[in-house]
Design a protein around this ligand. Sequence first.
Ligand SMILES: [Zn+2]
Length: 324
Amino acid sequence: MRRLILLIVLFSACSTIEKSELSSSSSSLISNIHFFNTGNAFCSIVTCPYEKKIFIYDCGMKSGKNERTYSKIQIKKEFEKHLKGNKITLAVSHADMDHNSLLPLVLEGDISDIFLGGERGDYFNLEEFLGKTSNAAIKSGNDLKALENNKIYSCGNQSAKLLSTNVGTKPNSKSMIVKFSLGEIDIILSGDAYGENERYTALNAKKDLRNIEILTASHHGSSKKGSNSEDWARVVSPKTLIYNAGTHNGYKHPRCEVVYRFNPYLKTEKTHRLSCYDQILKSINTKKSEFNVGDYKKLTIKIKGNLYSVETDELTFNPSSPHR
Ligand SMILES: [Zn+2]
């Protein structure tokens, strides 16, 4: 009897160890990619649960606001919550203000690296802000171009790789296209890429475009200047597509024709609404994994182990496994 009691005690001690090991294992840690509704603009944060680091890709504000759009005070509070004590890596896709106008307001603290699509001189509105970031290593122009196909950030099982930048001479065609990998989940962040950026990237980084789970539509879902082309949709074949567009914006982003173009590649979700433009603004019901950030306040991609799910302030969608 005494031996039996000893065995039970030993067994329960082992179970406790296994449980505590399991709960602290990396598979239970959650990474989040937050997209904020700041109008017809782009503002995103990638959190890292492994180290005190954070990755910011663009943060600007523009027209196309609605009742769900963040106010400047609200977005500052969101950033304060996420930045606390973290070392910041900042990537700004290109110099247009809808991608960077909020940075001086929301970014305070320890910025270690700054990557600027285009030339530093293009960022006249950020000159004062950049002047205060004396501890940060700033890369732009040819220095950034030289980093194509290289990692520009890593944290735990996360990494960001620069696929292309400064392809053309217009602000949009200088957009940085970045592949962000979180374990087995890959996401392409594409700024305001034109068709020429998409074609260049498809050739230059062919292998990196295999098995992509999530894509942000180029140029807020525009179909002008070759953005979001048929070829790009086929090459990337994302399971989930995110439009960083406002509603009621004069640019008519995203275009419904772009939405229909990507539909064959997207996975199925429960029915939800999606705002897009033909001649006028439409609110369509879709079962495809496509979301316009402007339809919500915040949209979050939550990654746990090898599963990712899309969460908005209204709906949570079922977790999905990666392509492989
Ligand atoms: Zn833009």
